[in-house]
Design a protein around this ligand. Structure first.
Ligand SMILES: Cc1cc2nc3c(=O)[nH]c(=O)nc-3n(C[C@H](O)[C@H](O)[C@H](O)COP(=O)(O)O)c2cc1C
Length: 178
């Protein structure tokens, strides 16, 4: 996705009882999106099906978060993550996502599934926005995307090590502190 996408700076929200759902194939192309997904992101079903999930990528999301997401999913594990997404018109919305691989009867990964709920915005504002800002700045300090992502990944690993905590514990702890 190009860096200079249009953003309005306006935040969208959705109902606390609603769940934004999408499913992707193994390459991250959207194969299902529920009504809430379409309404919040501002796309029709036709516009999203078959598209890469990065269609709704927000430029302020650090790359290393998606690297962690993909390596966790490809290892057959679930991941929880705070994500800011971009709507078709440039608005944005924060979610707390639970992303899982789906398996066939032989245990092979056949697709991926994400359920997203309204996050606790106190957590987002206090912990996630400053963390993502720091990671993004680190990524942008490097000429190549790859070097930037490796540097921000090291930054996350360093922070987790400093606090003696694994990524999933870190995310779960934020939820409990709410
Ligand atoms: C099930 C599933 C759901 C995803 N949901 C999102 C999402 O809501 N927003 C997003 O930006 N990326 C999402 N991704 C990650 C994208 O596939 C992609 O890695 C990310 O947008 C970064 O794209 P880029 O590497 O082209 O910059 C999802 C991936 C999977 C497998």
């Amino acid at each position: 996705m190009p860096k200079n996408v249009f953003l309005t700076g306006r935040e969208r929200t959705f109902h606390r009882d609603d769940v934004i759902v999408s499913k992707t194939d193994l390459k991250g192309r959207i194969i299902y999106a529920n009504r809430v997904f379409l309404d919040v992101a501002g796309y029709t079903e036709k516009e999203v099906l078959g598209q890469p999930h990065s269609l709704i990528r927000h430029p302020e999301m650090p790359r290393c978060v998606f690297k962690l997401l993909w390596s966790t999913l490809e290892a057959g594990q679930e991941i929880f993550a705070y994500v800011v997404n971009r709507c078709k018109n440039g608005d944005h919305y924060w979610v707390y996502a639970h992303v899982t691989p789906s398996f066939d009867a032989s245990g092979n990964i056949i697709s991926y599934h994400s359920n997203r709920r309204v996050p606790d915005m106190a957590i987002v504002n206090e912990h996630i926005i400053p963390l993502y800002k720091m990671l993004l700045e680190e990524e942008q300090r490097h000429a190549s995307r790859k070097d930037g992502m490796l540097a921000s990944e090291q930054m996350v690993l360093g922070l987790l090590e400093q606090h003696g905590i694994a990524y999933d514990e870190f995310v779960a702890t934020l939820g409990k502190a709410a």
